[in-house]
Write a protein of this length. Structure first.
Length: 234
């Protein structure tokens, strides 16, 4: 088949439509009366009205009902009490365990995890990763940092001085990294903090130096080697 003709055929193929359930079930009943199979019927519907209009599984379910003598096109009546969802119980559980996944909440609340996820989003919750902090700060640490920042603000702002400063720093590079946890929090709320784990024995020390223009020098120190005066002079 020429490519142009193929494209014309593809352009004429119908797209899926949102059919009324009673109309769809009427077609299944009609084909059932004619002796067609459920698979043949589903394929014909998808060919006529577009792909994914129905499924073979839906056809098998309705053909099974027709085989049992149930020719009504209405849904079967539901039995038992309607399932209710307690959003307050979900809110209390999130407040106690904000890092629980929907799978964990599924075990606690007895509802499917997709239902829990839908209610969390409707309640204004979304999941975020915690922010890494160098370590857990005490009240004294906070006050010292505020005092240092205030003293720096009192110094004259000299752009030339800042441009001439070379800064150096070191950081441990771990062989194994601990991932941060994700938490459910209300919209507009700051994510919780998570202290970094203790340094693992398997690690290397990275030394870097930079100025206002960018990186000047970096070196990955060997095993059991640390920064000291001898290394700085080298």
């Amino acid at each position: 088949m020429p490519w142009a003709y193929k494209g014309a055929v593809a352009a004429r193929r119908p797209t899926a439509v949102n059919m009324d359930n009673r109309v769809l079930r009427g077609i299944f009943l009609y084909e059932h009366k004619l002796g067609s199979s459920s698979t043949e019927t589903a394929n014909r519907i998808n060919t006529a009205f577009g792909p994914n209009t129905t499924t073979d599984r839906t056809g098998r379910n309705w053909f099974h009902r027709f085989d049992q003598g149930h020719t009504s096109l209405e849904d079967a009546p539901h039995t038992g009490r309607p399932v209710t969802f307690d959003e307050e119980a979900l809110r209390r559980e999130i407040e106690l365990h904000p890092d629980h996944s929907t799978r964990d909440l599924e075990k606690t609340l007895g509802h499917d995890h997709t239902t829990i996820d839908r209610h969390l989003k409707s309640m204004g919750f979304h999941k975020v990763l915690s922010r890494w902090t160098p370590h857990a700060l005490t009240d004294h640490d906070h006050s010292v940092r505020v005092s240092i920042c205030q003293s720096l603000l009192l110094r004259p702002h000299r752009k030339e001085l800042l441009e001439s400063i070379i800064t150096g720093d070191e950081s441990w590079v771990l062989y194994e990294n601990t991932t941060s946890h994700a938490f459910w929090i209300p919209s507009g709320t700051e994510p919780p903090t998570q202290p970094k784990p203790d340094l693992h024995p398997r690690k290397l020390l990275l030394s870097v130096f930079w100025d206002s223009q960018g990186m000047l020098y970096w070196q990955m120190l060997g095993s059991n080697q640390t920064i000291n005066a001898v290394l700085y002079t080298e």
